[in-house]
Design a binder for this molecule. Structure first.
Ligand code: BG6
Length: 467
């Protein structure tokens, strides 16, 4: 039986917009998602898990079930309703109360500044494609670092990769643009620049805590490793989703191989990037200052050579087999692979997490430590007799923790794991039916019910044994 270290964090992850609800309460400014969900989806971020009011319950449950860390994000538009300018004191007071409750319950808050929810005013003004908004983000970060001195762990951004992906490739996040690689890479680059500036500022001011960034790192394998076209497709997909942002984080520049791939994709699809010399000076200045890397990992993909037009169909209902993903000049995903997959066509493959951890260790040796900041199983849970017997979730988490233990044995410095999610929250482009939580949330009454996985997690946290 495998065992995790004694000082390991057994955490649970949340995000402001997916958990808090109260989207118009106490002076909160609108975010682009408010409008986008109202116009395009069958659900909104109300009530979500009403974490804005129920956080004492969730933290009490956390303590009771051995959860000793929580990922929380600050809603930028609660602090600065338009993204900049006047501070909203009620928003500031809320987060002070929340962090204080975390500490009271011995649940360490790992706080993210941006989890997909740019204030609407800045979003309509180009979001991170507009360099002025990098300045606004850094000002917001500077304010938070100073104001929330009780926070010991800061994350600048959650998943720069999937944000750009959702906004400019798949088109399932506002502003809903598809197949625009210029915007995709420019957004990645500008957000990495904003990250670097915030990290540098944090360190220059001598704050005592730790700071890092959270990247989603889905592993991309060639469907047929002996087919050069499949190998190339996997490499290009990896550049889009992983390598471009990892290079920016830890090399402070884009390697020749990365730029060759980016230029190829842009030459086929059109587009030109605005990459400036001073950008690279900033990335270079921050590359060794990251205290940790957060890895979010859910799935891997298998890629095949492809020379047709781009077409992506996102499975947002959990009707298995509804996904299609092919990109011009890149490749296409093969879903018919001998690997289990979720109802949302996410391929379950713990080895992919191992490969990403080893990759960080080998290719970016200036990384200091890793937290697995999200991992979990999205499922249509069946609530029976006041609980959910989520054996599939336990099995999923167990297998991923075993591989984490193997990576630690192989010398990767992994210090904690945050299950996505602590309690059920709403899913950006899948609504309320796709649940991940340790605690079941009745979204009508907002009552919480521990699932079987919560009891399993408690034992794990107490013994560190992965049974
Ligand atoms: C990550 C995000 O991409 O995956 C979370 O950081 C998100 O915010 C999670 O909810 C699961 O994705 P989904 O689409 O199943 O909700």
């Amino acid at each position: 039986m495998k065992k995790l270290p004694k000082d390991f964090i057994f955490g649970g992850a949340t995000a402001a917009y997916q958990a808090e609800g109260a989207t118009q309460t106490d002076g909160k400014g609108r975010v682009a998602w408010d409008t986008y969900l109202e116009e395009n989806y069958w659900y909104t971020a109300e009530p979500a898990s009403d974490f804005y009011h129920r956080y004492p319950v969730d933290l009490e449950l956390s303590e009771k079930f051995g959860v000793n860390g929580i990922r929380i994000s600050i809603a930028w538009s609660r602090i600065f309703p338009t993204g900049f300018g006047e501070v909203n004191p009620k928003g500031v007071a809320y987060y002070h109360k929340l962090f204080s409750e975390c500490h009271k319950r011995h649940v360490e808050p790992f706080v993210t500044l941006h989890h997909f929810d740019t204030p609407e005013v800045l979003h309509s003004d180009g979001d991170f494609l507009n360099r002025k908004n990098i300045d606004h983000f850094v000002d917001y970060a500077a304010y938070c670092f100073k104001e929330f001195s009780e926070v010991n762990y800061w994350t600048t951004f959650n998943e720069i990769g999937p944000i750009g992906d959702g906004q400019y490739l798949v088109g399932k996040f506002p502003p809903g643009i598809k197949y625009d690689f210029e915007k995709l890479f420019q957004s990645h680059h500008n957000m990495m620049l904003a990250h670097a500036r915030a990290v540098k500022l944090y360190k220059d001011n001598g704050y005592p805590g730790e700071i890092g960034v959270v990247h989603a790192l889905p592993t991309k394998y060639p469907y047929d490793p002996s087919n050069p076209g499949d190998v190339r497709a996997a490499e290009l997909e990896d550049i889009i989703h992983n390598k471009f942002i990892l290079d920016a984080t830890y090399l402070g520049r884009y390697s020749q191989k990365t730029m060759e791939g980016v230029n190829h994709i842009l030459s086929v699809n059109g587009g030109k990037l605005d990459l400036r010399e001073e950008d690279f000076e900033m990335l270079e200045a921050a590359k060794d200052l990251n205290d940790f890397l957060g890895i979010n990992y859910y799935m891997s993909d298998w890629m095949r050579a492809f020379d047709g037009e781009s077409e992506i169909t996102h499975n947002s209902t959990g009707a298995k087999g509804g996904s299609k993903y092919q990109l011009k000049g890149v490749g296409r995903r093969e879903f018919d692979v001998d690997v289990p997959r979720t109802d949302w066509d996410w391929m379950i493959y713990p080895q992919g997490l191992y490969d990403q951890m080893m990759r960080v260790k080998n290719d970016y040796p200036n990384y200091k430590k890793i937290y697995i900041t999200e991992n979990g199983l999205g499922y249509k849970d069946e609530f029976v007799d006041g609980t959910v017997k989520d054996d599939a979730r336990i099995d999923y988490v167990k297998k991923h923790l075993e591989i984490i233990s193997d990576a630690i044995t192989a010398g990767v410095n992994v210090k904690g794991y945050f299950i996505w999610s602590l309690m059920d929250v709403f899913s950006w482009s899948n609504g309320y039916e796709k649940r991940y939580g340790l605690f079941y949330v009745d979204f009508e009454t907002q009552e919480r019910y521990p699932k079987k996985s919560a009891y399993w997690y408690k034992k794990l946290a107490e013994t560190q044994l992965i049974e």
